[in-house]
Design a protein around this ligand. Structure first.
Ligand code: SAH
Length: 353
């Protein structure tokens, strides 16, 4: 077992302390480490040329930048790169690099697996294993940064897991991204299945991030059918939480709305949704179902149905966007990568960049 200290996840202040207390070096050595780890995304102490060779050798014996490694990756024609990150304990999580013309986004996981059991979700089918710590969340970003020619500018916590059930570590990760990686809070989105008390807890941190709520239905009956969490907190409670979140933070929420053919995508659903959201400061983001095989056999709606759904919302004055979908050709959307590759040998050639 490797018992060297992992440094990723420590803030500059913590690295300064570590340099002083553990290395018996001046604190500024910690600041230099931070610069290499976060700004330059270095993984090897030998790269850290402004540290003396003797110190680099000591570091090598005492610490590692990261104990985690990319075990598999797939590149799409559109530039999307989906990665599996193998953690120190052998567990694996997904993260995705999404280069767009005007920005580069990273989609990160917050838990190994997920306990929420949403009927349409590939991650749910594998169940829940454990929370990630802040270092493991930020480390996904650093691994993706090494694969990107341009600087990552945006982060979405829409990978595996429910961020609000891991709130402390998630907030710590957001602070590291903000302070160490200079990613503005305004460019970070945290997506939740709708854990109402945790929405209030998050509001208390008052970070200018975007909160996205996976609503996916306008009424309890439809929502409970696809999202078991709705039995605990219903649609009305959730929309009220979104209003209160706005009152506290002055940041309007995004309601995500996953469209499943004939389950929640009729004009009737759109009309009821528009009605319920009247007066709530929000934006609706439509997401046509990314096909994954499910016990319910959910299907993706035709483009025309999506267009009609959107029209109803817009006619009612609800601001609506539609998710730009990426990486279809690598057939690895929403949790499919881990499902396809868990336990298979590692194609290391893919890691050479
Ligand atoms: N647990 C959080 C964040 C992770 S899921 C949440 O539920 O919001 C991120 C988003 O992807 C959620 O809106 C989720 O409902 C959606 N999603 C899950 N499976 C999907 C699929 N097969 N196709 C499209 N979106 C999916």
């Amino acid at each position: 077992m490797d018992n060297r200290t992992p440094l990723v996840g420590l803030s500059t202040a913590q690295l300064r302390e570590w340099a002083r207390d553990t290395l018996s070096e001046p604190a500024y050595r910690g600041a230099q480490l931070s610069e290499w780890i976060y700004r330059k995304a270095a993984t090897d102490f030998e790269q850290m040329t402004n540290l003396p060779a003797t110190l680099r050798a000591r570091l090598h014996n005492l610490a590692v930048v990261t104990p985690n490694a990319i075990s598999h990756m797939q590149r799409s024609k559109d530039g999307t790169v989906k990665c599996l990150l193998r953690l120190a304990d052998g567990n694996e999580v997904e993260c995705v690099l999404l280069p767009y013309e005007e920005r580069v986004s990273a989609c990160l996981s917050t838990q190994v697996g997920c306990a929420m059991g949403c009927r349409f979700c590939a991650t749910a089918q594998g169940g829940y294993t454990r929370n990630l710590d802040a270092g493991e969340i930020v480390d996904q970003l650093l691994h993706l940064q090494r694969l990107s020619e341009r600087r990552i500018s945006h982060v979405v916590l829409m990978g595996m897991g429910e961020p609000l059930l891991n709130l402390e570590q998630v907030v710590q990760a957001l602070r590291l991204m903000h302070a160490e990686l200079e990613i503005s809070y305004r460019r970070i989105t945290v997506s939740t299945v709708g854990i109402v008390p945790k929405i209030y807890a998050l509001a208390q941190y008052n970070l200018p991030i975007t909160l996205a709520i996976s609503l996916h239905a306008p009424d309890d009956e439809t929502r409970a059918r696809i999202m078991p969490v709705n039995r605990k907190w219903g649609v009305e409670t959730l929309i009220q939480a979104a209003r209160d979140y706005f009152e506290t933070t002055k940041r309007r929420v995004t309601f995500e709305y996953l469209l499943l053919r004939e389950v929640n995508d009729t004009t009737g659903h759109a009309e009821r949704l528009a009605q319920r959201l009247q007066g709530t400061p929000c934006l609706v983001n439509l997401i046509p179902f990314n096909y994954v095989p499910t016990p319910d056999g959910f299907q993706r709606p035709e483009t025309e149905r999506v267009r009609r759904f959107r029209q109803v919302l817009e006619a009612a004055g609800i601001e609506t966007t539609q998710r730009v979908e990426r990486g279809h050709d690598i057939a690895a959307a929403c949790g499919q990568l881990r499902g396809n590759h868990r336990g298979k040998p590692i194609p290391l050639a893919a890691q050479s960049r």
